[in-house]
Design a protein around this ligand. Structure first.
Ligand SMILES: [Zn+2]
Length: 82
């Protein structure tokens, strides 16, 4: 997580942190996903973590952050050793 609370675009200090991005018909929280075994037909070892957004209250600039990104990194490393 970025510690700074000032906007990367306009420099405003009014940045909302930890905003849940939602999508789809059921307004599900957005996630990112990595497969540990992308070439498997079943049981690909999906690792997914939710995204949280930082939204600038002045200009609307939005950044997305994966929660627990180290879990994705570990899955990707395991995939490369397949
Ligand atoms: Zn801004």
């Amino acid at each position: 997580m970025v510690k700074s609370v000032s906007c990367g675009k306009c420099g405003s200090g009014e940045v909302l942190q930890g905003v849940r991005p939602i999508g789809g018909a059921h307004e599900e929280q957005l996630k990112v996903q990595v497969f540990e075994k992308p070439n498997a037909t079943l049981f690909k070892g999906a690792v997914s973590v939710p995204l949280l957004a930082h939204v600038c209250g002045a200009c609307g600039f939005t950044e997305l952050y994966a929660q627990e990104p180290e879990r994705l990194l570990e899955a990707r490393r395991r995939a490369k050793h397949e």
